[in-house]
Design a protein around this ligand. Structure first.
Ligand SMILES: [Zn+2]
Length: 324
């Protein structure tokens, strides 16, 4: 009978791995770089090698491991254990992860997309506090989501939790990578807020604060979401207007989730949630406007707690939820 679980959090620059106890204590934790050349064909063999080496180092065999769980970018077919469209890994064709891990180990293997897996991490040992019903919203370069209901990922017909493509604004020319206009992720992700700032300048009807940051945008200087939040924290007028608009969009987005699912927590994670309480409280104010009393009293908007470990801890929990 196995006593440990292996968790893998695969990303565009590195793969984080851990050997953990089933209650989520990370006994051994390590990271390897992600080599995306040769169409990403070196990535999975390197991960497999690295796990084999680590198991051997700690005198563990396949029989000691309950399961290997993995979170990956891209669209995952959970049943087939395949991934397609992970462009940041340079994977242009369908990758059969189930077959690769099946050949390498005599250990059950499960995979899901990184946003779903991070949600399982935060729900279990992070801001979700182990509650049964938790939704995570990952505010990164895009917006991802993961819906945990009754302690299990809710996958719908395969694309549940893809909240980044919820239409949040119908009066905009900002296009999304999916082909639609006005998607949540096109407006309120780290890339979205940069586009939003430029659009607000272009469509200025005299209500924009011509602050220092405004001048920077007008002069087409390059800036990031981080710069916008830093300027807003320093009380720059225009940057504050941009952050307020983004908080409105996020508040509106999470209100839809709360009104439908009424989870105990909606966890804000990802790089942009690094703006912390400064962003959360603004989002919460709009969220309260867009939800009725019973919802806002029972669904809290909270900040993620696990940081970079959410993915690897969630990958461990994926095994707990898949193998009973
Ligand atoms: Zn979209």
């Amino acid at each position: 009978m196995g006593k440990y679980i292996v968790g893998i959090d695969l990303g565009g620059t590195s793969a984080k791995m851990a050997i953990a106890s089933p209650d989520g204590q990370l006994k051994y934790k390590w990271t390897i770089g992600t080599e995306i050349h040769q169409e990403g064909q070196l990535i999975v063999p390197a991960i497999i090698q690295s796990i084999k080496r680590s198991l051997a180092e700690h005198d563990l065999t396949d029989q000691d491991i309950i399961g290997i769980g993995m979170g990956t970018p891209g669209a995952v077919d959970v049943k087939a254990k395949t991934v397609i469209g992970a462009y940041n890994l340079n994977w242009k064709t369908t990758q059969d992860l189930g077959q690769q891990f099946g050949q390498a180990f005599d250990i059950p293997f499960f995979v899901d997309n990184d946003a779903n897996v991070a949600a399982l991490g935060e729900q279990w040992l992070g801001a979700g506090n182990g509650a049964e019903n938790v939704v995570m919203v990952t505010l990164g370069t895009g917006i991802g989501g993961g819906v945990v209901i009754n302690g299990q990922l809710y996958r719908g017909s395969g694309a549940a939790g893809e909240i980044g493509h919820m239409t949040i604004e119908d009066h905009t020319d900002i296009h999304c990578t999916c082909g639609k206009k006005g998607c949540f992720e096109a407006l309120a992700s780290a890339n979205g807020i940069v586009r939003l700032a430029k659009e607000m300048v272009d469509q200025d009807e005299g209500n924009i604060d011509h602050s220092e940051f405004y001048e920077k945008v007008v002069q087409d200087q390059t800036f990031t979401s981080f710069d916008i939040f830093e300027a807003a924290k320093a009380i720059d007028g225009f940057a504050s207007q941009v952050v307020d608009k983004v908080a409105y969009y996020i508040g509106l987005g999470v209100s839809h989730i709360a009104n439908i699912l009424n989870p105990s927590a909606i966890v804000l994670g990802g790089g942009m949630a690094g703006a912390g309480e400064f962003l959360r409280e603004k989002v919460d104010a709009y969220y309260r406007e867009f939800t009725y009393q019973q919802i806002r009293e029972t669904t809290q908007i909270v900040l993620a707690q696990l940081g970079n470990d959410a993915g690897v801890i969630g990958a461990v929990n994926l095994i707990n939820t898949e193998i009973k």
